[in-house]
Design a protein around this ligand. Sequence first.
Ligand code: ZN
Length: 73
Amino acid sequence: MCPHKKQSMYRITLSKNGEVSIDLNQNQPGRGAYVCKNDGCFTQMVKKKRLDKTFKHAVNKEVYLTLGKLFQD
Ligand SMILES: [Zn+2]
């Protein structure tokens, strides 16, 4: 398990209408999943489909792709 570091972490949220977004201010309501910007945390999240489990909802592949772009920097 990855010990997420707060200063380099993203919060990903699922809204009521099923939209997945990155909560940059970490203050959006709803269920949230945390992932680090570094150290392969996101790669693991994709591999293990952790978002699907956290949100109890099948997350669209495109969501993972969109998030992946953000993690390329
Ligand atoms: Zn992490």
